[in-house]
Design a protein around this ligand. Structure first.
Ligand code: GDP
Ligand code: IMO
Ligand code: MG
Length: 421
């Protein structure tokens, strides 16, 4: 049996915290897509940790963590992260496993990401510059190197061949950067990677499932950044939606049970691209300040706005969301009035559909207003004690989406989460 936790917006919904909270109920936590573009923040015994490559179950002793084949893996980031978690008492040799089919991010992928973004000028995607796009391009272009290749004696030859190809591409961009230091780091990190548990991920996970073990698939990014269904071309390069679990881990669709979709009580986006409910005013600024909305991977300020129910309903549809988890509810504590987007005006016509190409149409949100609860909620442990006005806000969202909010997160801490009875 596999449950999934994934983001329903443009990433940074608080997935890391939620996965960490649910992890003790599962035997295996598995990342199925994305790479070090992800930044998942957890608080472990009061210390903040941001994970980019390692699944967010790693701090639970009895949980096995798997980096699935659908992920793109940067050995340098992994090595750094292994050091951090080791210093916090985690034995990665015991509880971290990596699929041999996982594609590697090479130093030249990072250079190509940079070159591609520079070439786009104003129209740049705002990529995290971690090499994600170029690494997935090499995967689908059937050129990529995979973790299992590290165990092949010809690895260096294969690496040099691909590097030469990349160098030609970099030359055609007119991009120059000395990557020798990156390469040195890469080969050092590869040594560590070879010593970790490299497994046949699809057998590993299916054997566990057939023995009755419980798996939690951890999504990265969010549904609106999905390569197929997001705000293309301002998206990431993987399938972030629940379907990505099947090809990112090698599990069959009927094995998937609950799909837990995570949304903020408002909305943020980092990087370029359409964001219909974005606020360019003092309220947006306030959300950023109170919500501490700065990227966990790049430190960039996140763009902020009200919750977009049109986009959320779309995300529920394409993911088959069975439960919603609403995070950062406490951030709204001091707002007098809250707005909720219930439809768009697309080129002047009312619509409740996410358009094919958000960048080529004029989208204006239509709002429903709610009075704020003006009560601090972050210490509350029980649903019954939550302010009535928050309950009304949540109840409206449930009604619109046709899927219920089952948990409300009211602070970044591990235990700041309330189950909705
Ligand atoms: P992820 O990428 O989805 O894991 O999310 P990030 O870690 O990038 O960003 C979420 C941020 O919000 C982190 O700084 C979390 O510590 C924080 N956070 C998560 N849940 C809550 C919450 O309910 N309230 C508040 N105030 N912060 C939260
Ligand atoms: P988590 O898992 C928020 C955004 C980037 C950029 C676009 C493409 O922490 O929610 P990429 O590096 O993938 O080529 O960038 O996607 N992006 C994210 N935004 N959270 C993330 O991950 C993101 N990963 C990528 O800002 O707009
Ligand atoms: Mg993040």
């Amino acid at each position: 049996m596999v449950d999934v936790i994934l983001g329903l917006q443009w990433g940074d919904e608080g997935k890391g915290k939620i996965v960490d909270y649910f992890a003790p109920r599962y035997d295996i936590i598995a990342r199925f897509q994305g790479g070090p573009n992800a930044g998942h923040t957890l608080y472990v015994n009061g210390s903040k940790v941001v994970l980019h490559q390692i699944p967010s179950g790693v701090f639970h002793e009895h949980t096995t963590n798997l980096i699935g084949n659908g992920v793109v893996l940067d050995p340098v980031t992994l090595r750094r992260e292994c050091e951090i978690v080791k210093n916090m008492g985690v034995d990665v040799k015991k509880n971290l496993f990596i699929s041999q089919r996982t594609n590697l991010i090479l130093p030249t992928h990072r250079a190509l990401d940079k070159a591609s973004e520079l070439s786009k000028g104003e129209g740049k995607i705002g990529s995290t510059l971690k090499g994600i796009g170029p690494a997935y391009m090499d995967k689908t272009g059937r050129n990529g190197l995979r973790v299992g290749d590290l165990l092949d004696k010809n690895f260096t030859t294969q690496y040099i061949k691909l590097r030469l190809k990349h160098q030609k591409m970099l030359d055609s961009y007119g991009f120059q950067e000395d990557i020798s230091a990156w390469e040195e780091e890469f080969f050092e990190a590869v040594e560590l990677l070879r010593e970790l548990n490299i497994v046949n991920g699809e057998y590993f996970i299916n054997d566990a499932i057939s023995k009755g073990k419980k798996v939690l698939a951890e999504g990265a990014q969010g549904s609106m950044l999905d390569i197929d269904f997001g705000t293309f071309p301002f998206v990431t390069s993987s399938n972030t939606i629940s379907a990505g679990v099947c090809n990112g881990l090698g599990v069959a669709p009927q094995k998937i049970k609950e799909v837990l979709g995570v949304t903020k009580a408002y909305c943020t986006r980092v990087g370029g691209g359409p964001f219909p409910t974005e606020l360019h005013d003092a309220t947006g600024e306030e959300l950023r300040k109170i919500g501490n909305e700065f990227g966990a991977t790049t430190g960039r300020p996140r763009r902020c706005g009200w919750i977009d129910l049109v986009a959320l309903k779309f995300a529920c549809m394409i993911n088959g969301v069975t439960q919603i988890i609403m995070t950062k509810s406490d951030v709204l504590d001091t707002f007098e009035e809250l707005q909720v987007c219930t439809s768009y005006n697309v080129n002047g016509e009312k619509s409740e559909v996410v358009p094919f190409q958000m960048t080529r149409v004029k989208i204006e949100p239509n709002w429903e207003s709610f009075p704020g609860w003006n009560t601090p909620v972050s210490e509350i442990k029980d649903f019954s004690v939550l302010p009535q006005k928050m309950k009304e806000y949540v109840s409206f969202i449930n009604g619109y989406l046709g899927v219920d909010v089952q948990y409300i997160s009211n602070g970044p801490g591990r235990d700041q989460i309330i189950s909705v009875q």
